[in-house]
Structure formats: structure tokens, C-alpha cells
Design a protein around this ligand. Structure first.
Ligand code: TZP
Ligand code: MG
Length: 229
């Protein structure tokens, strides 16, 4: 899985809390989402102890590998190293990029969250492989979000990146679902800047009654909304 060839189109971020996952089994939800076409998966689990996180990440990795889709771990670089999955996603308050890169080596994917052009430029210059931009809309999935920037905020970051000559892949996150994905993609893109590479969602897939159908619907919207570079 060469990291330059990753498809960020429909980026599934998991959640194991009963409020979102309900009483479903996380691995089965991820497998259904992969059948529906998600292109990358991030295991995000703020509650489990390390042993459980390693066990869950291994189970998810077995499934994602079958689909040839990368699995990243949120925050916990040590878990990603132990499981040998494809990388990590780190926020502004997590381990520093440089330290994560040292632990993971050059071939793993490291994504960084950015809410402003300053954060985005800093992550790019450090060498991040992609950026998660947001928060687009307020969401009950993540209650401690610092900046709600809307599609206009995403657009201004994309423009800033492009003026600085960066063509790093980007996804946006926060409150995105089947009803607003098309407008978020359209309102965020701002020629001549490179448009978003994809959308990242939690509840739109994990809480869906039919995660495969939800993933399929989002993929259709991303493909239809893609602007050629
Ligand atoms: N980071 C910013 S918002 C968010 C994360 C992890 C949660 C997004 O969840 P949802 O359910 O897709 O709104
Ligand atoms: Mg984090």
C-alpha cells in the first residue's frame, strides 16, 4: 500500500461509544462500510485501555487489509507501531509530528488535524502526509471542538495552501453526512486551489442503520463532486 496512492475519498473514523455505535459490533460495522466503498479507516477510541485498543486495532486491520484499505490509529502512535497498521492521525494536542515520524519511520502515513492556515502550513512543512481540516460543523460526536470553521474556513485554508505551493491531500471533518456532503464539497472548493480529496465522517456511517448503504451514498457524492485538478 504505497502511501502516495492512498484514496482519501470516503474516510471512515470509528467511534465505539454506545451513543454512536449502539449495540453493534465495531468490526462488523467497519466491514460493512468497506463493502459500501470507504477508502480509508481511522480507529478512534478515546476510552479503551491499551490492551483493548491493540486487540481492536488488530481485528480492524485484518478486515481493512482484505479490502486493501489503509488503517490509521487516532492519537495512539504506540498502538499503531505495535499493530503494524498503515499509520496514525494526530491532532494539535497529541504527540508532535516529528516524534511520531521517528517512531513510525518514513513509510507510514501521518495525518494531522488543522483548523487554521497556520496549523496547516506548519503540518505541511513538517512533512505530514495529509491534513484533516475542520471542524466544519458542530457535532455531538466531538464535544470539545475548538474551532467551527464551516465550508468557508475550509476554502480559505485550501487557498492558503495552494498559494504556498502545497498540494497535500486534504479531507474535512465535522457534521458531514449524506444530506450536506455535496454542498460541503462544492462550497469548500475554490479554484485555483486544489479541492478537497475527500470527506471524513463518524456518525454518518457508524450510527447508520445500514453502514454499507451510507458509505455507498457518500462515495457516490464524493465521486460526483470531484473537480479534476
Ligand atoms: N474531529 C473533528 S469533528 C470530529 C472529529 C473526530 C467528529 C466528527 O464526527 P461526525 O459524527 O462525523 O460529525
Ligand atoms: Mg487527537
Amino acid at each position: 500500500m504505497a502511501k502516495g496512492k492512498v484514496d482519501y475519498g470516503v474516510y471512515l473514523v470509528t467511534d465505539s461509544t454506545p451513543a454512536i455505535l449502539g449495540n453493534k459490533d465495531l468490526t462488523s460495522v467497519v466491514e460493512a462500510a468497506l463493502q459500501g466503498g470507504v477508502t480509508i479507516v481511522q480507529y478512534r477510541d478515546k476510552l479503551s485501555d491499551r490492551e483493548t485498543a491493540v486487540k481492536t486495532a488488530r481485528a480492524l486491520h485484518e478486515v481493512t487489509r482484505r479490502f486493501g484499505v489503509p488503517l490509521l490509529v487516532n492519537d495512539r502512535v504506540d498502538v499503531a507501531v505495535e499493530v503494524g497498521c498503515e499509520g496514525v492521525h494526530i491532532g494539535q494536542d497529541d504527540m508532535a509530528y516529528e516524534e511520531a515520524r521517528k517512531l513510525l519511520g518514513p513509510d507510514k502515513i501521518i495525518g494531522v488535524t488543522a483548523s487554521s492556515i497556520l496549523e496547516a502550513l506548519k503540518a505541511c512543512e513538517a512533512g505530514a502526509d495529509y491534513l484533516g481540516l475542520g471542524t466544519v460543523y458542530a457535532t455531538s460526536t466531538k464535544k470539545d471542538t475548538k474551532s467551527i470553521i464551516g465550508p468557508a474556513g475550509i476554502r480559505s485554508i485550501l487557498l492558503g495552501l495552494s498559494s504556498a505551493g502545497h498540494s497535500i491531500p486534504t479531507v474535512c471533518i465535522g457534521g458531514i453526512n449524506g444530506s450536506n456532503a455535496t454542498s460541503v464539497l462544492a462550497e469548500s472548493s475554490a479554484a485555483p486551489a486544489k479541492s478537497l480529496d475527500g470527506i471524513a465522517v463518524v456518525s454518518a456511517i457508524v450510527a447508520a442503520a445500514d453502514p454499507a448503504a451510507a458509505a455507498r451514498d457518500l462515495l457516490g457524492k464524493v465521486v460526483a463532486g470531484r473537480v479534476p485538478d
